[in-house]
Ligand binder design. Structure first.
Ligand code: NAD
Ligand code: ZN
Length: 348
């Protein structure tokens, strides 16, 4: 990112590392909708010559003097969110919010990201997970943000076993939320979206009902399909501010509206007063930033190893070589109809 609205290449020194950190070379990297928000919407404010990228699998080049379990040559899963594990927020169980709100989000935010020949990881022992031999770097790249965020959407929704859930928005994050909801034991899963490639994957990941928000009011369609009741949980994974109205209207009493969406507009967000029971409807709103850290990544990898989910289904476009990252990023910006997620393989 050269500045808001402009990307290009920049020459920088190989980054230095602290005693608990690791220096890495990427094996695979993926651009994210968040990179698009950062560059073209100025989501995190102005930045000059910031290296983008927070979704990567890497190989360790060098480690700091205090690193005990990670060594040069290790192939590692690098979470998008790399918390400072000794902080108060981490100890209270909110590791993604260390230091400042969203403080666990360091890559392409408070430091250079992974779309580079070299990048670093803080607290390597606690943030990096060894990449199992049976998972390719490209597939594993889908775990570090997409699966971790989408699954968190389902976890935060506290979906009852056999319950119903609506996932609003079926890009890579929403699709991951669908798989997360299935793994959490949801029986009926509404996928709300229109992209044909996403509809195919949503069914493969466990969706039972497809709703098009372009065919009429989302909440009316969901309420009608559930006999006037609404669903036990709603996961918001796309859309603008008004999607909160859809979510609250689609939810029944005792529900959780789990938001994993980024809201880039407006100083306030709308809540429909009547359908929210004038503030007393037992419809709770839960928010969260993607969970990071080693244990989280190891568990996501186990889901692949033990065949409970297939991350390769999210990948629609593969490139080879770092020089193609620009094309992949522009795909993410332009979102052609056949795109879910592009990945750039540097070495596998
Ligand atoms: P995406 O753009 O691929 O998918 C979102 C989809 O929602 C799009 O297909 C869009 O057409 C659709 N949509 C728009 N309006 C809608 C409506 N009214 N109803 C239903 N669907 C609607 O994006 P993505 O990569 O899947 O990411 C989804 C969101 O998650 C983004 O805002 C992203 O910034 C955010 N995100 C959050 C975290 C986190 O930690 N919480 C992490 C990664 C991404
Ligand atoms: Zn991302």
């Amino acid at each position: 990112m050269k500045r808001i609205g402009e990307v290009g290449w920049v020459e920088k020194d190989i980054p230095s590392i602290g005693p608990m950190d690791a220096l890495l070379k990427p094996l695979a990297i993926a651009p994210c909708t968040s990179d698009v928000h950062t560059v073209w919407e100025g989501a995190i404010g102005e930045r000059h010559d910031l290296i983008l990228g927070h979704e990567a699998i890497g190989v360790v080049e060098k480690v700091g003097s205090m690193v005990k379990t990670i060594k040069p040559g290790d192939r590692v899963i690098v979470p998008a969110i790399t918390p400072d594990w000794g902080t108060d927020a981490a100890q209270r169980g909110f590791s993604s919010q260390t230091g400042t709100p969203l403080g666990g989000w360091k890559y392409s935010n408070e430091k250079d990201g992974s779309m580079a020949e070299y990048f670093t990881c803080n607290e390597a022992d606690f943030n990096l997970a060894i990449l199992p031999d049976d998972i390719s770097p490209a597939d594993a790249c889908m775990l570090v943000d997409m699966w971790s965020t989408g699954f968190m959407g389902a976890e935060n929704a506290s979906i009852p076993l056999g319950g119903s859930v609506a996932v609003l928005g079926i890009g890579a994050v929403g699709l991951s939320a669908i798989l997360g909801a299935k793994l959490q034991g949801a029986a009926r899963i509404f996928a709300v979206g229109t992209r044909p490639v996403s509809i195919i994957v949503s069914k493969e990941y466990g969706a039972t009902d497809i709703i098009s928000y372009k065919d009429g009011d989302t909440s009316e369609q969901i309420v009608e399909a559930t006999g006037g009741e609404g669903v036990d949980a709603v996961i918001i994974a796309g859309g603008g501010p008004d999607i909160l109205i859809d979510a609250i209207k689609s939810a029944r009493a005792g529900s959780i509206i789990s938001n994993i969406n980024y809201f880039g507009q407006g100083d306030t967000l709308p809540i429909p007063r009547v359908e929210w029971g004038f503030g007393m409807a037992d419809k709770d709103i839960h928010t969260g930033l993607c969970p990071g850290g080693r244990t989280r990544m190891e568990r996501l990898a186990d889901i692949v190893t033990y065949k409970k989910g297939d991350p390769s289904k999210l990948i629609t476009h593969k490139f080879n070589g770092l020089e193609n990252i620009e094309e992949a990023l522009f795909l993410m910006k332009d979102k052609p109809k056949d795109l879910i997620k592009p990945v750039v393989i540097i070495d596998d």
